[in-house]
Design a protein around this ligand. Sequence first.
Ligand SMILES: [Cu+2]
Length: 665
Amino acid sequence: MLRPSTKARQHPDATASGRDIQEAVMVLVRPRYDAAASVFPGNDIVDEDIGEESLTVGEENSRFIFSPYDTISFCVAGLKVYIYVRKMVVDKESAYSSTPDRKGMTRHYKFNVVEKNFTRLCSSKPILTVNGQFPGPTIYAREDDTVIVKVVNHVKYNVTIHWSALSNFSHQAMSDISSNRLRPFCRHGVRQLMTGWSDGPAYITQCPIQPGQNYVYNFTLTGQRGTLWWHAHISWMRATVHGAIVILPKRGVPYPFPKPDEERVIILAEWWKSDPEAIINEALKSGLAPNVSDAHTINGHAGPLSSCPSSSLDGFSLRVDKAKTYLLRIINAALNEDLFFKVAGHRMTVVEVDACYTKPFTTDTLLITPGQTTNVLLTADRAAGRYLVSASPFMDSPLVSVDNRTGTGTVQYTNSVSTSAAITTTKPPPQNATPVASSFTDSLRSLNSKLYPAKVPLTVDHSLLFTVGLGVNPCPGCVNGSRVVADINNVSFVMPTTALLQAHYFNVSGVFTDDFPGQPPMPFNYTSSGPGNVQTMNGTRLYRLPFNASVQLVFQDTGIIGPESHPIHLHGFNFFAIGKGTGNFDHKTSPSKFNLIDPVERNTIPVPSGGWTAIRFRADNPGVWFLHCHFEVHTTWGLKMAFIVDNGKGPNQSILPPPKDLPAC
Ligand SMILES: [Cu+2]
């Protein structure tokens, strides 16, 4: 009889050193039972003594890692077994040290994409999930580890997964290499080159995984440590198919900030009562904007809503011990909305964004755009009690409607406080609180220390200006005879039906052109209402960069239809955010304000409404790399393009051949 055991919660290599106990439990998986493991945060707790045999779920040699407060459930002979993970039980340092740090560990995960019924806001619907979870499972790894994820598509839709960790060549890695803290002979290059085929955006680096098919993503976390995330990268599937990637520093390397007592992942998202795929399909048919979501969620829960009486006890609860410090790894997985995040009565110290360390600064309000991650330290230093956690929208364009409901949860001090005690509340910032948003963005700086220097490119080989915004194109079948579209430099990107990376690698002609305009085709007063003709051009146009070129890229919002902020995400690279401003970027005067010393390094950056943002990066990663607005509606409308980075001449500067199981279109 299968009985989950205390032994099962401990890897054989684990020692009871008590040193650096991490909060996770790893379960080794043996082949005897073909039971799918699924993990549900929070509820369904069964608190019972568990036996002596090994827990056996899933496939041979798969390893699942669970966090405290997860509930593991699996079926054996028709009997459903639940295990509640109560406390840290594995010394992760030891558990993963069986092959000491020569080149990091290889960690295996299996992602079953399955449909599962969830009830939120008093209504139920089937949603797409990984392993039945919403949010999905967390991937744990260390810097330099290789992560292998077998994704199996059990649903009727095409699927791809993007690992926002992947291939983001951190310039922190450059310093690692130059200081010889990594092994020599450019392994970083090999690892980078290996990963282009595993990046994930559908029709950019791969064809989707079709129903019943699977694909093994294989990537190495070089030069990155912190929080990133993974999500579906096709249509609007990422609404529910997403989860965290936690990259711990290499063994023996401390955080550059006081060690937290515990760590938690917090994922913010949006929930629609209906199917998000139906929402966007309806919008594309009508040519109008899609419906906004019905709630914001914190780790899958919206919190009590007056419109749904049975939700009175709903909500994410972060349980804290008085005087302890928590590292919160916060991710905005929402489709279309920038979010403010607050904890009543508490200030937070920002220490890292998008897996890059920052100079610490303290704030009571975070701004996180879709695609971004933010790590903060929060100390439980207030009177024991319950404190409101809020996730509320930021939108400073009056023309754009957003879901104005605030997602709520609580910080709950343990032991002394009842779960029904009164909650200390906080008022979310007004929806249009531009000064709060700017103040947060302006406070971000790279750590720029000796160990983690900011390697900002000081010279520029390619200086690009990309206007980002909306347009209107004719559409005979649409409600107004026209449709809203979005563009970069007046090009609304048309998705190909063959993956661009394959077309590039195999020299297939006719899939794309490499004539994407590096400057707006027609200069105008960008932040005014724009030229009379607001029609865009369609095209699958890419911008070609030689290997190792340094690139300065200014994103300029346009006032066509209306100014609006855009969280722009670049695949394949980290970049430095060297400047931002309101109004039009001025080639003569704006660069004088650039910060080339300690600009924040990241992979997603908001372009302010009616303003501009400038970034720099080095094109040291050959391949085809997607650039797009992380507002899913804008991406769908065409606010996207891709860079081709040519192979270099040196060893390990070329794209490797695709893996054998790369899906076909
Ligand atoms: Cu946008």
